[in-house]
Design a protein around this ligand. Sequence first.
Ligand code: BEZ
Length: 254
Amino acid sequence: MTIKWNANLYDQKHDFVSKFGESLVNLLAPQKYELILDVGCGTGDLANEIAQFDAVVLGIDASNEMIQSAQHKFPALTFETQDAALMDYTHQFDAVFSNAALHWMKQQDKVIDNIYRALKPHGRFVAEMGGKGNIASIVRALRKSMEELQLPFEEQYFPWYFPTAEEYQTMLENEGFTVQMITLYERPTKLQGDDGLRNWLVMFSDNVLQHLSDHEKELVYAKCEELLKPDYYQDKQWIADYWRLRFVATKLGT
Ligand code: BEZ
């Protein structure tokens, strides 16, 4: 599944993604000269945060548009267009970092395998992703809107993977990681502006709605707003029901 990204819209309306990620960088605690891989780096803001600690960071993202934007914003840093399910780094990195990206990757087994291989022994994997329950109300509204509009909801276009802590811990341990910490927590997230929900849908629901015409998409956006407004719009502010899965795991073997 190819996911199309609009790097400008991402930076203009969704900069909360990297703002929340700053506390994850503190958890990573980059050390001077460490080699750090940022998986799904988007437009590079957190790779740049990591570089402020004098670590050497490589940002990768499957979207060429995101990587071009990141390279333009941060010319001194290194970025590569790379799919984490296909990457082939071996024992290279002191740490792998990822924020708000892993839930877009359907081939989790391959991704975790490739991250494990990319790490040096004793390397750490510090990440946050959408977890069980993430954006459940938005997904429900999308399904209901399409049902009411008599538009088909195509399961194969559903692009996200939102695991429980137990499920993801098992996957990490099966790969050989020791999990120091894993937690699923609710983080209601403010969406910028009066048309925040609409902008979010335009940016992120394109996969789910890919088989619809522009006109049909507009109908779905409007229906979702109508359905979600009573519970998720207060004081001129849209809130998205984000649930985050945050963890720290270490590669103890080779
Ligand atoms: C998230 O960061 O949780 C997310 C963002 C866009 C779509 C789905 C989930």
